[in-house]
Write a protein that binds this ligand. Structure first.
Ligand SMILES: NC(=O)c1ccc[n+]([C@@H]2O[C@H](COP(=O)([O-])OP(=O)(O)OC[C@H]3O[C@@H](n4cnc5c(N)ncnc54)[C@H](O)[C@@H]3O)[C@@H](O)[C@H]2O)c1
Length: 220
């Protein structure tokens, strides 16, 4: 499948490289021109075991490319992941401006049926807001999904390639079918793809983070 990954940060690069490794054509888009220029030269801006090898192999096989041009990414892809940063605001809430900016840009460039997936960690209701923003701009039908990421830095490739479970929030069966197809190579060992509505997927990520934080603070 043709995939666009908006945000070539930690999550975007790991997800993009792993999806390319499973045979998809992935275009990573980032607003950071310096980062994209490094990646184009084969330099990986973050350290994560196995990531550089994976990126180099998939770039060589022409399944993984990098650009600052959102239009190229969106127009050439069926599934568009939003994996941009969501830094904390002063009050501790997430700054969703990058997410909304990516959604607005995506909506403007949609040139046929697309699925737009929120991968960034976002509060409940964000996917619906993303849908509204895209709808204001888009001239073609599209579907949305919420697919939070659970990878741990230091074991990110392993976590992505062999996930305990994949959380998929969807609104319709076509989106579910295509997303299941995309993830099929990663769940061959029988780990589940848990589908639910988009709000449930969004709260699952926060519930999981809260559980992990509680476990660490109690057990050390
Ligand atoms: N790092 C982790 O371990 C981890 C794990 C799970 C979930 N998450 C979540 O995933 C999301 C991304 O995290 P990260 O660690 O990859 O962040 P990051 O800061 O490493 O990368 C974010 C990237 O998005 C780019 N960006 C910002 N706005 C953009 C736009 N409009 N278009 C294109 N690119 C844009 C930035 O230039 C940057 O390269 C966050 O919501 C984070 O909470 C992170």
């Amino acid at each position: 499948m043709n995939i666009c990954m908006i945000g070539a940060g930690y999550v975007g690069l790991v997800t993009g490289a792993c999806l390319a490794e499973s045979g998809n054509e992935v275009i990573c888009v980032d607003v950071d021109a310096r980062k994209i220029s490094l990646l184009k030269k084969g330099e990986v801006p973050i350290y994560e075991p196995g990531l550089e090898t994976l990126i180099k192999r998939n770039v060589k096989e022409k399944r993984l490319t990098f650009t600052t041009d959102l239009a190229t990414g969106v127009k050439n892809s069926l599934i568009i992941f939003i994996a941009v940063g969501t830094p904390p605001n002063r009050d501790g809430s997430s700054n969703l401006n990058y997410v909304y900016e990516a959604a607005r840009g995506t909506g403007k460039e949609i040139n046929g049926y697309k699925i737009v997936v929120t991968k960034s960690t976002v509060p409940v209701g964000t996917a619906e807001k993303v849908k509204m923003i895209i709808a204001q701009e888009a001239k073609h039908p599209f579907g949305i999904a919420s697919n939070p990421e659970f990878l741990k830095e230091g074991a990110a490739i392993e976590d992505f390639m062999k996930p305990d479970r994949i959380i998929l929030g969807v609104e319709d069966s076509m989106v579910e079918e295509l997303m299941r197809e995309l993830y099929a190579p990663f769940v061959r060992t029988g780990n589940p793809v848990l589908t639910m509505d988009v709000r449930s997927a969004e709260i699952t990520k926060y519930a999981s983070n809260a559980m992990l934080a509680t476990r660490i603070s109690i057990l050390g």
